[in-house]
Design a protein around this ligand. Sequence first.
Ligand code: 2YJ
Length: 270
Amino acid sequence: MTRLTEGDLKGLDNQIRDYDKNLKKICGASLMEIAALAGDITTASFNEAMTKHTVGVIPITSGQGIIGNFSQSVKSFIDYLGFHAFVTNSHDVSGIAEAIARKASLIFMADDNQFIAVNLNAKKVVDNGEATGRGFAAALSLLAGGLKNRQVLVVGAGRVGTHCVNYLLAEGARVAVFDIDKNKISSLVPNITIEDNLSDAVSKYRYIIDASPEQGFMTLDNLHPETRISAPGMPLGLTADAFAAFEGKVIHDPLQIGVATMLAMAVNKS
Ligand code: 2YJ
C-alpha cells in the first residue's frame, strides 16, 4: 500500500472547490454526488446527516508518524462537504479522548496500514480502501453514463481494486483484472476475466480503473484515444504526456473521493 507524502497533499485543502468543479465537468457529478452514489445514500440523507454529526480527525504518530497536511486535508474535505470538522490538538489515544470530549460523533484516523472512519453512534467502521474502490468505480460509471454490460479493466487486485471489482460486478459490468501477483486475483470472486499482459490489456479496454502503485504503464502508445480512466492508484499510472493528452477523461486524486465516500458510508444508516 502506498504511503501518502506531505507533497502529495500540499495545497489540496485550498484547491478543493476547483477540484470539485473539475469533477463536475468531467463526470457531470459533484464530489458529494459521487460519494452519495458510492455510499448508497441519497444526497438528501447526506445533507440531513450534516446537521447531526461533528467530525474529529485525529493525527496518529505510530509507525512512520504524522504526515504533514494529512489531517488538515481530511478536515478540509469534510468541511467542504458541509459537515463541521476539527483536527484534535492531541494525537493517538489522547486524540480519541479529545474528539469524544468535543462531542465528535464521527472520527477519522489513519496509521501506515489502515485509514478508517468510525461512526461512534452507530458503532460502524468504514475502511478507506473500500470507500476509495467504491468511489472511483462510481465516478467511472458516471463518466461513462453507466457501465452495465461494458467491459472494464481493473489494474491492481489489492484492497481498493477488489472493492472496485465488487462494485462494477454489482452494476452489471464485464470486469477484467490484471495484477502481477496472480494469487491476489485467484482470491477474487468468479465472473471476471484475467488479463496477463498489462500493455495489451490497456490498449484493449475503453474503461480502465488504475488501482495499482505501478507508474507509467498507460502511455500515448497503448491507450486508445476514447478510453476513460478512473485512477485511485498512487502514483498515477499514466505517463505525464498521456495525462496531459487525456485531460477531461481521467479522474485521479490521492484522497478526496475516498474521504468523501468514507463520510457517506459512515452516515449511511443501513
Ligand atoms: O495521522 C497521520 O498523519 C498519519 N498517521 C497518516 C498515515 C496515512 N496512511 C497512509 O497513507 C496509509 N498508506 C494508508 C492510507 C490508505 C489510503 N488509501
